[in-house]
Design a protein around this ligand. Structure first.
Ligand SMILES: [Mg+2]
Length: 302
């Protein structure tokens, strides 16, 4: 039997491993070359990117404040910002503005008038499922608030809700059909619903589309509607397989590999716990494990 605390560690460590193992394959030739030089720490551990950094920031903000405070969260994101972590171009501009003293409310709309619909809010959304395991309403309200700080477009928020709700279902050991049912019931936008319906039919019919069919129908990009369902689909298809099998499929899909890997890794780890995760050297592994256990302790005390 998997203990809930091990699932908490599986979630956050799965996220970081998917991120760190996916990062060398992300982007074009230049990004990959740069990552060859900065992708490892001095002791040879794999570095993770903005996905894990923002997840740790969100976790620390919730642990410190005991609730979600958008101003504090934005300040924390901005303080942690470093170009070396490979932040998306929009998030980078927003966080630099916040660092210079702008309100995040102004910054998010000065960079994208309608708000960003990148997958940056979704990649950190598994953390919210760890904090709000008992109420889907609370989970959605808090996911929306945590997203707005950087990704305020309805599609960016909807992608985050999809990943948060799926994570909470997998923490509760729901089977694939139940995960898809609850996720579909809480999907708000046509942009996310379209690929979700494709994934549902593939998973229910147990068909095994090729990598290129998955990329064509679900996407592999940096926008929420071209990556969140992709991550959910891959996590559920490989939920009873090894983490390595799952991640190989993510890498084969290409595109925004670190973020799709982070989201799929968090989903897979939430269900399977940390025991099935690869035992490789990853930056700040202990910090990630301790943060997960601190969240579990905080939630268990409530
Ligand atoms: Mg990244």
């Amino acid at each position: 039997m998997i203990l809930p605390e091990d699932q908490y560690v599986g979630c956050l460590l799965g996220l970081a491993l998917g991120d760190a193992l996916g990062a060398p394959y992300e982007g074009g030739i230049i990004e990959r070359l740069v990552w060859r030089f900065i992708g490892k720490t001095d002791d040879g551990s794999l570095r993770w990117t903005d996905d894990t950094q923002m997840s740790l920031d969100l976790a620390e903000s919730l642990l410190t404040k005991g609730a979600l405070y958008q101003d504090e969260l934005a300040r924390r994101f901005a303080e942690s910002y470093s170009w070396k972590r490979g932040y998306g171009p929009g998030a980078a501009r927003i966080l630099k503005l916040v660092k210079r003293g702008y309100s995040w409310r102004d910054a998010v709309h000065s960079v994208y008038r309608e708000g960003s619909f990148g997958n940056g809010a979704a990649m950190r959304a598994p953390v919210l499922a760890l904090f709000f395991p008992d109420s889907i309403e609370k989970l959605i309200v808090n996911t929306r608030a945590a997203s707005e700080v950087t990704h305020s477009h309805p599609v960016g928020i909807d992608g985050a809700i999809l990943i948060a709700v799926a994570t909470s279902q997998l923490l509760a050991q729901s089977n694939s059909n139940k995960v898809l049912e609850v996720v579909s019931a809480n999907c708000q936008t046509a942009e996310i619903r379209a690929p979700l319906q494709v994934a549902v039919s593939w998973l229910q019919q147990k068909s095994l589309p090729t990598v290129s069919e998955v990329v064509t129908r679900l996407g592999n990009g940096i926008t929420a509607h071209k990556s969140c369902v992709t991550a959910l689909y891959i996590a559920l298809r490989f939920i009873d397989n090894s983490f390595a099998d799952m991640l190989n499929f993510v890498v084969a899909c290409g595109g925004d590999v670190d973020t799709i890997g982070a989201m799929a890794g968090a989903l897979w780890g939430s269900y399977n716990g940390h025991d099935g995760l690869p035992d490789i050297k990853i930056e700040s592994r202990l910090l990630i494990e301790n943060t997960s256990r601190r969240i579990y302790a905080a939630v268990a005390l409530k």
